[in-house]
Design a protein around this ligand. Structure first.
Ligand SMILES: Nc1nc2c(ncn2[C@@H]2O[C@H](COP(=O)(O)OP(=O)(O)OP(=O)(O)O)[C@@H](O)[C@H]2O)c(=O)[nH]1
Ligand SMILES: [Mg+2]
Ligand SMILES: [Zn+2]
Length: 293
């Protein structure tokens, strides 16, 4: 239990803490958390994108001290959503946590389209089949603190049960409309057997709000686009001429991202995704929250 001297500081999964009292772990043993170590990283998500609303400002710490964000995405059932993955990438780079794209249900669909979307990004990925060994994933997890994030029903707990055979995480069904049933309700950290690493299973999330991310840092979730913004006019909003509202005033030059796309140097879908995020971030459009349909 928490000691009174912690005050209002919250303890989250991944925190390293000092404990006093009966630390035997026996039934009925009682120990108190008296101190929380400084965190090396904090992965957050906000309820909404817009930091001008109460909901938007409400942010949750998902996990502390993680060094890898495993974005778990099913290739089908539920279908992959690049908007959601892009948001996770923004949050990962913002928190200085390395992303890993983990594609599950490889028995149901091919990954080619999805991987094509990330072709210009140096994003590591692993493919998982239900009936093949998880060697590649295991190698990527070895020695690290990894947190699994993904929509409900993508197979996070299924993976955890295979990686940690005595984890006994409940596994749910995906309904006919392709949505999971939010089987897992709390985050749990588990030690990987035979490896010096930990894995955190989390409940499925519907959307990944990024109101807590500084607008200037949203671009870091799109590392392949960063260089091109050196060609932008001063104070460019990167929204591009097409999206610019009438009242925004005169445009002194073209956004470097438009020039990059025109030159064939970037996937226009990634640029569009970046711009949708910027727009919803500023509260001007809330149509893409990376949610399931
Ligand atoms: N075909 C197929 N089905 C899978 C695979 N992995 C998981 N499933 C199924 O997908 C469903 C959801 O799996 P879960 O592990 O509960 O998903 P989750 O991501 O933990 O879901 P929440 O806890 O709700 O967030 C279950 O019926 C699994 O059997 C896979 O590789 N292939
Ligand atoms: Mg689960
Ligand atoms: Zn620009």
């Amino acid at each position: 239990m928490r000691a009174r001297e912690l005050g209002r500081r919250g303890v989250v999964v991944g925190d390293r803490v000092h404990v006093v009292g009966d630390v035997s772990g026996d039934e009925g043993a009682l120990a108190r958390i008296v101190r929380i170590e400084d965190r090396t990283s904090v992965l957050r998500r906000s309820a909404d994108d817009d930091d001008t609303t109460v909901e938007g400002r409400q942010e949750r710490v998902i996990v502390a001290n993680a060094d890898q964000l495993v974005i778990v995405c099913a290739l089908a059932d539920p279908p992959p959503r690049t908007g959601f993955i892009d948001r996770c990438l923004v949050a990962a780079y913002d928190a200085d946590i390395e992303p890993l794209l983990c594609l599950t249900k490889a028995d149901l669909a091919k990954p080619d389209d999805l991987l094509d979307y990330y072709a210009e990004l140096d994003l590591p990925h692993v493919l998982c089949w239900p009936d093949r060994p998880l060697e590649t994933l295991q190698a990527a997890l070895a020695g690290r603190w990894s947190v699994l994030i993904g929509h409900s029903g993508v197979g996070k707990s299924t993976l955890v049960n295979r990686l940690v055979p005595d984890a006994a995480r409940a596994v749910g069904e995906v309904s006919a409309i392709g949505k999971g049933r939010h089987t897992s309700t709390s985050a749990v950290a588990l030690r990987l057997p035979g490896q010096d690493g930990w894995i955190v299973d989390t409940p499925g999330v519907r959307s990944f709000g990024i109101a807590h991310v500084d607008p200037d840092n949203v671009l870091h979730g799109f590392p392949e686009l960063v260089d091109a913004t050196a060609n932008c006019p001063p104070n460019c909003d990167h929204l591009g001429t097409a999206a610019r509202p009438e009242q925004a005033g005169p445009v002194s030059g073209e956004c470097g991202l438009d020039l990059l796309v025109a030159a064939g140097g970037a996937d226009p879908r990634r640029v569009a995704s970046f711009r949708r995020l910027l727009a919803s971030r500023s509260g001007t459009a809330a149509d893409d929250r990376g949610e399931e349909a």
